[in-house]
Design a protein around this ligand. Structure first.
Ligand code: BDR
Ligand code: CA
Length: 317
């Protein structure tokens, strides 16, 4: 039986790669996309999610529109310099012909989890606002979700949005602190591992040689994103963020994890958005503000080459 997942996403070039990787993986059944601001506005994230499913010929998958702003403060704005004005590497696709469902992202998440207890895994690859709102709407989803596999955060290394914080968490630290405190299994696939999953220019060129509409779309949009990495970090390729969360759901054996309570700095400080694990013995876990928090399954190492191989193999299939 494939694992049912909802991808909560802000597409976004690497979000697109993650969605298509999931659609091409027989171990997974994508039962919905929910949208969120981050790389783009929620409006554009929603338009892009619909477009991506049309390109993939998967308009059977519902799209639910998410929140426009973080839970506590207004959205800081899109990052056109990373993903393009359109969030799709400035290829400017025609408008979608399909529409969103008549439920918000939070309502859809609650309904899916509560109607299939223990069977739905959430894969948020954007800011965690919709997941926090769903928990507010129906706190019992924390017991009934199978797992929440988050792309976001940095436990041991530096951030990317700021020297201290990763972009998805930095975009809504208040929401992230709620989600990392949810009792059910929460896995964090953060920069500690995604910076060890590297797709080189040679790997990226593969997409152009794969003859299906999904790979061809990635081949069109990825150069803009690749050029951002080249300029920012002087690398010839990309670090694989969102697809690493999908890879974890398919094969957690490729990752090494530690179980630590995690707090998020939601203060107006230089470490706003930083995920702070209580590393060490139980004494440390008992310290405020980590006291009584559930342990998060934090990815600390990964067989990066195998993740890249798996993703490309799925796209060829
Ligand atoms: C995360 O931020 C976004 O730019 C990417 O889509 C990814 O989800 C990486 O920090
Ligand atoms: Ca993303």
């Amino acid at each position: 039986m494939p694992r049912k997942i909802i991808i909560d996403t802000d597409p976004g070039v690497d979000d697109t790669m993650a969605i298509y990787f999931a659609l091409k993986s027989p171990e997974l059944e994508v039962i919905g996309l929910t949208t969120i601001f981050g790389n783009v506005t929620t409006e554009l994230a929603t338009t892009n999610a619909l477009r991506l499913l049309e390109i993939a010929g998967r308009t059977d998958i519902p799209v639910a529109r998410g929140a426009d702003d973080p839970v506590a403060v207004p959205f800081g704005g899109p990052v056109a310099f990373v993903h393009g004005e359109d969030g799709q590497g400035n290829v400017f696709l025609p408008p979608p012909t399909t529409q969103v469902i008549d439920q918000s992202a939070a309502q859809f998440i609650v309904e899916q989890i509560m109607s299939q207890p223990g069977q739905v895994t959430l894969v948020p690859v954007g800011p965690l606002t919709n997941i926090a709102l769903a928990l507010r709407l129906e706190p019992r989803i924390a017991q009934h979700v199978q797992e929440v596999v988050i792309m976001g955060g940095n436990a041991l290394g530096p951030g990317n949005a700021t020297p201290s914080a990763e972009a998805n968490i930095h975009n809504d630290p208040e929401a992230a602190d709620v989600v990392f405190g949810a009792p059910r299994k929460v896995t964090m696939v953060g920069l500690d591992v995604t910076h060890k999953v590297f797709m080189s220019d040679a790997h990226l060129a593969e997409y152009g040689r794969i003859n299906n509409p999904l790979a061809q779309h990635i081949a069109r949009i990825v150069p803009f994103y690749r050029d951002f990495f080249h300029e920012r970090s002087q690398i010839d390729g990309i670090w694989v963020h969102d697809s690493s969360a999908v890879a974890y759901v398919i094969d957690p054996g490729l990752f090494k994890t530690e179980q630590w309570p995690v707090r998020v700095d939601a203060n107006d400080s230089i470490s706003r958005g930083k995920t702070w694990p209580a590393i060490g013995d139980t004494d440390r876990h008992n310290l405020e503000p980590w006291h009584n928090r559930p342990r998060v399954n934090v990815c600390v190492d990964v067989q990066g080459d195998k993740v890249v191989e798996m993703e490309l193999a799925r796209m060829r299939s």
